[in-house]
Design a protein around this ligand. Structure first.
Ligand SMILES: NC(=O)c1ccc[n+]([C@@H]2O[C@H](COP(=O)([O-])OP(=O)(O)OC[C@H]3O[C@@H](n4cnc5c(N)ncnc54)[C@H](O)[C@@H]3O)[C@@H](O)[C@H]2O)c1
Length: 251
């Protein structure tokens, strides 16, 4: 049987790169997408079952070309992982419209554009979409008016996609990671934020890129063939514990 093809955006580093490597280890071929050409070339250099495609997911013309190039190289797409993302932590009053748009362009527009452009190919394979949300889209917080709102919208878009694309056999699910020490997170997590996260999470630690990749891979695989429209937090229990009042703890 020929190998399945996964298209992973934001694959040059972090969760996207771990996801690309896990899919390859599970016998897939991977179209690695990123707008950071240098980092993508070096990340993909040693991965024989992957090909790099340098594109920006927030630009409609680039997305159309990207899907055409991936189909030209691999002939089919079995899974789309919308992982490319950017973050900025600012108070509402200090979030300029330019910042708002910068976050929305990648985190929300990019997911819409890539998913839409891939639909004809996904119809052929009865494929799967996995969108990467965040605990910031599940729970509100200070400083995340743009980032949190973009991720909440991605969560709802996933449900829209599941509702509409199910008739073609296309599944759509969303993985909401908790904190993982990637370049994106470390740019906005101060030491105080890190220790507050550790205090608030039942598992008491940051996740690893690979722990998120495992959930993404499961949702794209045939093992999840009856799962669609679901939002899965891979977050060490952060979301489920609410405010987790310290005064209610035993220690
Ligand atoms: N790390 C965390 O703690 C965390 C928590 C929750 C959710 N997430 C989400 O996980 C996803 C991956 O994040 P990460 O932590 O691995 O980040 P990262 O910064 O390490 O990697 C993101 C990658 O996406 C690429 N990218 C960004 N905008 C792009 C665009 N418009 N077009 C193409 N490529 C683009 C970047 O060049 C980079 O290689 C993001 O959607 C992020 O919001 C991360």
């Amino acid at each position: 049987m020929s190998k399945k093809i996964a298209l992973v955006t934001g694959a040059a580093r972090g969760i996207g790169l771990a996801t690309a490597k896990l899919f390859i280890a599970q016998g897939w071929n991977v179209a690695m997408i990123d707008r950071d050409g240098d980092e993508l070339q070096s990340a993909s250099a040693d991965l024989s079952d992957a090909k790099p495609f340098i594109f920006d997911v927030s630009i409609p013309e680039q997305v159309d070309q990207m899907i055409a190039d991936v189909l030209g190289a691999f002939g089919q797409i079995d899974a789309v992982v919308n992982n490319a993302g950017v973050a900025d932590f600012l108070p509402v009053e200090e979030t300029s419209f330019a910042t708002w748009r910068r976050i929305m362009e990648t985190n929300l527009d990019g997911v819409f554009l890539v998913s839409q452009a891939a639909i004809p190919a996904l119809k052929e394979t009865k494929g799967a979409i996995v969108n990467i949300g965040s605990i910031s889209g599940l729970r509100a917080s200070t400083l995340r008016v743009a980032y949190g709102t973009s991720k909440a919208a991605v969560i709802h878009m996933t449900k829209q996609q599941a509702a509409e694309l199910g008739e073609y056999g296309i599944r759509a699910n969303c993985v909401c990671p908790g904190p993982v020490k990637t370049k994106l997170a470390m740019a906005v997590h101060s030491p105080e934020i890190i220790s507050a996260y550790l205090d608030a999470m039942p598992l008491g630690r940051y996740g690893t890129e690979n722990e998120i990749a495992e959930v993404i891979h499961f949702l794209c695989s045939d093992k999840a063939s009856f799962v669609t429209g679901q939002i899965v937090a891979a977050d060490g229990g952060f979301e489920t514990t609410g405010v987790g009042l310290p005064a209610l703890r035993r220690k």
